[in-house]
Ligand binder design. Structure first.
Ligand code: PAF
Length: 284
């Protein structure tokens, strides 16, 4: 596996690959890699000629009170894991090169898409995500980019950005990878105490409660949301940010469930923010 730190070298390497008619697959990450990330790399390896994985803990997507400083960083282990799945290039640019002192430009989606769900609680987050991903797309020049469904809103937002800005990139979403007890893999699971780790799979259980209700014919959104909140309310030290049933494409909430829907939860468990979701197709 090639290691590239320099933005210029990465861009030159990608331009060369494109000249050779190679399909570049891209997996952007913030490192602290787990099986969820590796599943993206494995799929990219199947579908592309050159697979680039970036590791960059992007400061602009963290709020002032958030965990940028504490975010787990472990490049040595990331490198080792990426070798096991045969990634071709690990790109890990320096923050000072990505955002030099005179850096001023950002990419932001207008309207409500980035203000709902996670965006309501993390007002600057998606501006940071769209900005860094747009920059990385311009450097890595992928035809295909892979993201995990666990960050459902991020996937919707990035598809919209790629379409609106005519990036010649297919944004591909792959299923959430879970622990045996249902907890969605996340780099932030490392923050959980033993007790919190025992409680965390309840998020998935609450999602399953919602899914079962809908599969059994419930179409009233507030009833389903209430059932999820009731399930989560029994957990000590857990604050619900949202437990919502929304349209899977627009993220709009309505009154009646139909079409492609997203059941999504965000909570603060102790001090750790956890999110999870399920997607579901509901016949009209
Ligand atoms: O999902 C993530 O890890 C990040 O939001 C991403 C897409 C790498 C941008 O920093």
């Amino acid at each position: 596996m090639e290691l590239i730190r320099s933005i210029e070298k990465m861009a030159a390497r990608s331009r060369k690959a494109l000249e050779q008619k190679k399909i570049i697959g891209f997996v952007p990450t913030m490192g602290s890699l787990h099986e969820g990330h590796l599943s993206l790399v494995r799929r990219a390896k199947k579908e592309c000629d050159l697979v680039v994985v970036s590791v960059f803990v992007n400061p602009s997507q963290f709020g002032p009170q958030e965990d940028f400083a504490a975010y787990p960083r472990n490049l040595k282990q990331d490198r080792r894991l990426l070798q096991t799945v045969k990634a071709d290039i690990l790109f890990y640019p320096e923050a000072a090169a990505v955002y030099p002192k005179n850096y001023r430009t950002c990419v932001q989606i207008e309207g409500l898409l980035t203000k709902k769900l996670c965006g309501f609680f993390r007002p600057e987050h998606f501006k940071g995500v769209t900005t860094i991903v747009a920059k990385l797309f311009n450097i890595v020049l992928p035809q295909r980019a892979y993201f995990g469904q666990k960050d459902a809103q991020q996937c919707v937002v990035l598809k919209k950005m790629a379409a609106d800005l005519n990036f010649p990139v297919e944004v591909i979403t792959l299923p959430t990878v879970r622990e045996k007890d249902g907890l969605a893999l996340s780099s932030r699971n490392k923050y959980l105490s033993l007790e919190e780790r025992r409680q965390a799979p309840e998020l998935y259980q609450a999602l399953l409660v919602a899914r079962k209700m809908i599969e059994r014919g419930e179409r009233n959104i507030s009833k389903v949301e209430k059932a999820m909140k009731t399930r989560l309310s029994t957990i000590k030290n857990l604050k619900i940010q949202y437990a919502s049933v929304v349209d899977g494409e627009t993220l709009d909430s309505g009154k009646i469930i139909s079409g492609n829907i997203l059941i999504a939860i965000a909570v603060i468990l102790g001090k750790t923010r956890l999110i999870d979701n399920l997607i579901l197709k509901v016949k009209k």
